[in-house]
Design a protein around this ligand. Structure first.
Ligand SMILES: NC(=O)C1=CN([C@@H]2O[C@H](COP(=O)(O)OP(=O)(O)OC[C@H]3O[C@@H](n4cnc5c(N)ncnc54)[C@H](O)[C@@H]3O)[C@@H](O)[C@H]2O)C=CC1
Ligand SMILES: O=C(O)CCC(=O)C(=O)O
Length: 527
């Protein structure tokens, strides 16, 4: 029997696709602490959550049979994607089923804000018939600025146009044609701030969007602007919002989501021009049924090794195909990360060459993993397996994949070549014993380095009195050297030294190492 744990009150009605499978047992879980989940997770093959259950690294690492994690909804910020990817566990979501619910909630919040409906209801229930205190504004002819013109942003745009609003939007990842088809004017972020009477955000919480609306953004906005967030807590800096609401810069704000949830303590809740709902955007019967049906279908497909549509962390290929390359995903990502920190200049081209046994596999997920690893340290935004190829393309980076039978004596080898406007660099890695990642070559120099933790990379001239002085300089700062590798091609030629250290070597020491006679360069790499 395959076992699926369903958390967070996912709609029972929507679990039909799972329940009709005879060899799948569905277990409805009650609210659990992280420790409880760590205890029970080893027995499950699949896990379904909404937003309450946090699928942390500890939970993922405790899982022994887990093949897929399903999110009955859109946002996967409660799931440690990196941990899941490293373990080769698919993460799938149900992005379409709650679009209308979240859209209608946004429109409801905008109207409630404009007409002070929650405040007026509360006053009436206190027994006060107060008409003067609640003069509102109309939406017609007002400008609505949408940040994030994806599924929900687009649906909000349509409805706002029906209310005769002028709609402008900022979304760096959509093109002019899509905006034109929606009759929405695509503008710069600053213009959304400067021109809008109402601003609504519909984007994921990423490194880039975290606190994107703070003091600086508020300063650019019109006096009396009204703000809505039915996307993710943390996109708006709540302390800055508090200040802007108190000063009157922002006339009103409506939040469905908070940086910390559940939240009944926020100082915002004491302000008369602030309204909120407890993350109800997706809470309609229709949406909950839709997302449960969608995610259940995806879980069945994933467990049966069939094609899965909405994978978040790994390209949408069948788990059978994936299982052949799964052990190499972590290595591929590390090779990309290593290249990001070694190469200098603007990256133009990435070439990933697969040799040995890997040359016979479907390796495109590994190429995506390399690109993800390479872009992650460079870009501010979250790079995942879905957006990595698009982000590379948008930045003018060409990605090529090739196979080559010759694996330099290893069972399989992944070689990542990066071409920048200044240099060309090649790193290669393999797995020892099927799961132990190793970097075995840098620019043709043979080494054997565990790609984890802090590594000092020191190309130098192969001659005496280099390794000793470098070691002494590191020791001077009480930093322990865990392992050391030197690779050279010929005596007295160029060589490279890789030192795994227990702590990052300070900048000042890196400068001292660079001064050692014969040292050509020095870089601190964090993997
Ligand atoms: N309150 C609730 O219960 C619900 C909240 N949500 C949340 O709403 C948000 C939007 O969901 P969807 O429209 O389905 O997602 P989507 O993926 O269709 O759209 C997101 C859009 O944001 C854009 N974007 C990403 N980073 C951006 C940035 N830095 N600046 C501007 N735009 C950026 C993307 O290009 C994309 O077009 C998500 O955060 C989701 O988790 C979704 C459903 C229910
Ligand atoms: O499941 C829920 O109630 C929240 C939905 C949500 O926030 C999402 O789909 O991103």
């Amino acid at each position: 029997m395959l076992k699926v744990l369903v958390m967070d009150g996912v709609s029972e009605e929507g679990l039909v696709p799972l329940r009709r499978e005879e060899d799948i047992e569905v277990v409805i879980g009650q609210k659990m602490t992280e420790d409880d989940l760590v205890q029970v997770i080893p027995e499950y093959d699949a896990l379904i959550v909404r937003s309450a259950t946090k699928v942390t690294r500890r939970v993922v690492e405790a899982a022994q049979n887990l093949k897929v994690i399903g999110r009955a909804g859109v946002g996967v910020d409660n799931i440690d994607l990196e941990a899941a990817t490293t373990r080769g566990i698919l993460v799938v979501n149900a992005p379409d089923g709650n679009t209308i619910a979240a859209t209608e909630h946004t429109i409801a919040m905008m109207l409630a804000l404009a007409r002070n409906i929650p405040q007026a209801v509360a006053r009436l229930k206190e027994g006060v018939w107060d008409k003067k205190a609640f003069i509102g504004v109309e939406l017609r002819d007002k400008t609505l600025g949408i940040i994030g013109l994806g599924r929900i942003g687009s649906a909000v745009a349509k409805r706002a146009q029906a209310l005769e609003m002028n709609v402008i939007a900022y979304d760096p990842f959509i093109n002019e044609e899509k905006a034109a088809s929606l009759a929405v004017e695509l503008v710069a972020l600053e213009d959304v701030y400067r021109r809008s009477d109402f601003i609504t955000v519909h984007l994921p919480k990423t490194k880039e969007s975290y606190h994107m609306i703070g003091d600086e953004a508020f300063a650019l906005m019109k006096d009396g602007v009204r703000i809505i967030n039915c996307a993710r807590g943390g996109i708006i800096d709540e302390e800055a919002l508090y200040r802007a609401l108190v000063s009157g810069k922002v006339a009103g704000a409506a939040l469905d989501v908070f940086e910390k949830e559940p939240n009944t303590e926020s100082p915002l809740l004491s302000l008369p021009n602030f309204i909120a709902t407890p993350h109800l955007g997706a809470s309609t019967r229709e949406a909950q049924l839709n997302v449960a049906v969608d995610v259940s279908g995806e879980i069945v497909a994933a467990l049966r090794g069939k094609l899965v549509k909405n994978t978040v962390n790994i390209p949408s290929i069948s788990p059978q195909v994936l299982s052949a390359v799964r052990p190499y995903l972590g290595l591929a990502e590390k090779l990309g990360k290593l290249q990001a920190q070694l190469v200098t200049g603007r990256i133009r081209k990435i070439e990933v060459v697969y040799s040995g046994e890997l040359a016979r596999q479907e390796v495109s997920p590994l190429t995506t993993a390399v690109v993800k690893g390479l872009l992650d340290p460079i870009l501010q935004e979250t790079v995942n397996f879905v957006n990595a190829p698009v982000l590379a393309k948008n930045r003018g980076i060409q990605v090529f994949q090739a196979v080559d039978g010759e694996a330099e004596g290893y069972a399989s080898l992944i070689t990542v070549k990066v071409y920048s406007d200044k240099a060309e660099k090649s790193v290669a890695g393999t797995l020892f014993g099927k799961q132990d990642p190793r970097v075995v070559m840098i620019d043709g120099y043979r080494i054997d380095v565990d790609p984890s933790g802090h590594i000092l990379y020191v190309p130098h001239i192969d001659k005496p009195r280099i390794i000793g002085p470098v070691g002494l300089l590191i020791g001077k700062h009480d930093i322990n050297i865990a392992a050391m590798q030197v690779g050279r091609k010929e005596i007295g030629g160029k060589a490279i030294m890789m030192l795994s250290v227990d702590a990052p070597v300070p900048e000042e020491t890196l400068g001292e190492i660079a001064q050692v006679d014969g040292v050509l360069d020095v870089k601190m790499v964090h993997l």
